[in-house]
Ligand binder design. Sequence first.
Ligand code: IPD
Ligand code: CA
Length: 300
Amino acid sequence: MDGYSQKSDSNQPDLNDICDSLIELAFEAGKIIMGALPDTDSTGSKKNSADLVTEYDRAVEEMISRSLKEKYPGFHFHGEETYDPACPLTDAPTFIVDPIDGTVNFVHAFPYACVSLGFAIDRRPCVGVVFNPFSNILYSAIRGKGAFLNREIPLPIKKSKIEPLNGLQDSLIGVEWGSERTGKNWETKVRTFEKLAQNKEDGGAMVRSMRSMGSAALNLCAVAAGTLDLYWEGGCWAWDVCAGWVILEEAGGIIVGGNPGEWEAQVDGRKYLAVRAGSQVSQRSLVEEFWSVMQGQLEY
Ligand code: IPD
Ligand code: CA
């Protein structure tokens, strides 16, 4: 078993088998995460005090990469904790892994963190598995085969009960502060947040509200489920979005770039705008409305 389909002569990676393996690993990772007690000895910071890493992030990634390398020796591995800037993502079939997405939440025991396991070919996300062990919720998708909650419930959930996409003023939006708290990107984010929330009479878009929950992967899954209408992100990485990307697209959502005019988003592009399922016209018009409210451009 090398991860390639035995059934066809096209020699394509067997996405069903890969998805099953990733789900198994997600549950294993969940056990480590739930058995962990992050404390000051096991927690350190990366670039600043808001950018955390724990020994559990490393332990989970080690377990996942060991298992994937053993089972699929021909595929590449791209994980947050072992990322080397000298080895960027390539077009090769690659596992793209965040062992704990939402590390700040994990450290604070705020129950919104997950393991995010993606697989991409030609940098196109093809399989996604996101598991939040605090709530025992699993999201998974294979390109062309739909997206599911806990392997059974098709996404988006409660489709008939969700309002049509109606523009920013009727939207609940996911945003993130990120760990960079100064400079141009910071200004762009904060000014845009203000414009999104502000009263129409004062020139704002007056969105219903904004949520900043601390996990890019779970935010994408919330858009896939239809419980968030939109999610705007700047500064995160391929491992934060790869798995959620397939789940979102298979649930009828779209993902574009985080700056005006970027209709083609790249998985390692570091700025994204995700919109939930709806008519193509309403999705595109919501994207354009969001871009028009932005106060500056994200530069990553
Ligand atoms: C972070 C989360 C957060 C996003 C940051 C990421 P981490 O990932 O996904 O929502 O805004 O950009 O770095 O550090 O918890 O794996
Ligand atoms: Ca992480």
